[in-house]
Unconditional design. Structure first.
Length: 437
């Protein structure tokens, strides 16, 4: 079965209005009766939740640094039966790492070209007029073979401003697909670093509805649909994803929610059963599970509640005596001995590991990670290589246990956050995306 036509929504830089345009298009086109399949290019586990809220369809990450071409080709097959594909880029259109990973550097432009998707470029037009066309023209010409279908002009101040911008785009030969006036209440590119996720936002439906109305009023939806081109899925046979266990106890609540959607979908497709439980509700891992997985999230915002969750902590410790427990970033911290919040208050955690982390002095850790496991670890597949992404602000005060892996950044440099293991308990600061080939 052939795949539907698609587009990639991109920008010159973060904070330009890309997410607002993406969500508004998803809702406006869905309101027209179209089934739109969303994707996110790059390692972002927040945006797919908003995509689903806007379109009613599950959104998945596509990542050329972390995923082989065959996996990308397999992932995009979820679009079968849809009317249109919309993928949201990350950062600037050409931004990626310096050294290629599985099949690329992780840039949105690579993904668009690989899949055959033209690019809709959104530009922040504030503080400039005809000069915006030079920026757009440079983006359209920078990578041979990449098709920039047109531009959407954002934060346009007046009809006069619009006229000057259009004159520049006419000279550059680039179609204007939409003109967006300033709407600060709808701008959602940062979302306070994701502190309010789609599932927690009390007014998410009203927000999506208003974004859809706004984009429908100011973007030529027919022109956007006409600009889409058939999706070209990369060929090849992807190795089947190995679930960490047959019955997976998966922590899922406001403190533990950062898990890439394709992993859970892949585990289920491979026959695994997902057993969700809530540490914040003081629930222990279901005893029938054969592995417990603690995703990342915001344990620092709920550290007091987690420290007081006696049933959860005791149940987790008991579980780890006979079955593996794995934690990612926030889940890893909750497995440690203590977590110190930004006010300097120490909260005792489960103590499966000796890890002590602190948010009192914030330091950002960000980037792709390639982990080479020191020993085979139950629950992390049959490969010694894992690819993932790290993003957190905590610092390590104590890490007395054996390191889990040698962890490299995208340039091949060793990073200090090795993860650790003790018995059947192990964790990493990075979020798993795929097994390395």
């Amino acid at each position: 079965m052939s795949l539907p036509p698609g587009l990639l929504i991109a920008a010159p830089a973060s904070g330009t209005g890309k997410t607002t345009l993406m969500l508004g298009l998803l809702r406006a086109l869905t309101d027209r009766g179209l089934r739109v399949q969303p994707f996110k290019s790059g390692p972002d586990y927040i945006d797919p939740g908003f995509h689903q809220a806007a379109s009613g369809q599950r959104s998945f990450n596509l990542d050329s640094w972390a995923m082989p071409e065959a996996v990308l080709g397999q992932m995009v097959q979820v679009a079968q039966g849809a009317d249109l594909v919309l993928a949201e880029g990350s950062m600037g259109l050409f931004d990626g790492v310096a050294r290629p990973g599985e099949c690329g550097t992780g840039s949105s432009a690579e993904m668009a070209q690989m899949m055959g998707w033209p690019v809709v470029l959104i530009l922040d037009a504030s503080g400039q007029a005809q000069s915006a066309a030079a920026v757009a023209q440079g983006f359209a010409r920078f990578q041979p073979g990449l098709d920039v279908a047109g531009v959407v002009l954002n934060r346009v101040a007046s009809p006069r401003h619009e006229a000057l911008l259009r004159a520049g785009m006419d000279k550059a030969g680039l179609p204007v697909l939409g003109v967006l006036p300033r709407r600060p209440d709808l701008e959602m590119p940062e979302r306070h670093l994701g502190l309010v996720q789609a599932s927690e936002h009390a007014s998410i439906e009203a927000m999506m509805a208003e974004a859809g109305r706004f984009i429908a009023a100011h973007v030529d939806l027919d022109a956007v649909i006409a600009a889409a081109r058939p999706t070209r899925a990369p060929k090849g046979t992807a190795r089947a994803l190995t679930p960490p266990g047959q019955r997976i106890a998966l922590a899922k609540d406001a403190a533990f929610s950062f898990l890439y959607p394709h992993l859970v979908a892949g585990w289920r497709a491979a026959g695994a059963e997902i057993l969700p439980f809530s540490p914040l509700a003081d629930q222990p891992p279901p005893p029938s599970a054969d592995i417990c997985w603690l995703p990342g999230g915001y344990p620092e915002l709920h550290a007091g509640t987690l420290a007081a969750a006696a049933r959860f902590q005791a149940g987790l410790r008991d579980f780890a005596t006979t079955r593996p427990v794995h934690g990612e970033c926030g889940g890893y911290m909750a497995m440690g001995r203590a977590l110190i919040d930004k006010a300097g208050t120490r909260h005792e955690m489960a103590g499966l590991l000796g890890l002590v982390t602190s948010y009192e002095t914030r330091k950002m850790h960000l980037g792709y990670r390639h982990a080479k496991l020191h020993h085979p670890v139950i629950g992390l597949g049959h490969t010694a290589g894992l690819r993932g992404h790290e993003f957190h602000y905590s610092t390590i005060l104590e890490q007395p246990d054996a390191p889990l892996a040698t962890v490299l950044d995208a340039n091949g440099a060793v990073v200090a956050e090795t993860g650790s293991r003790r018995g059947l308990a192990h964790g990493t600061f990075f979020h798993l995306i795929s097994e390395a080939t």
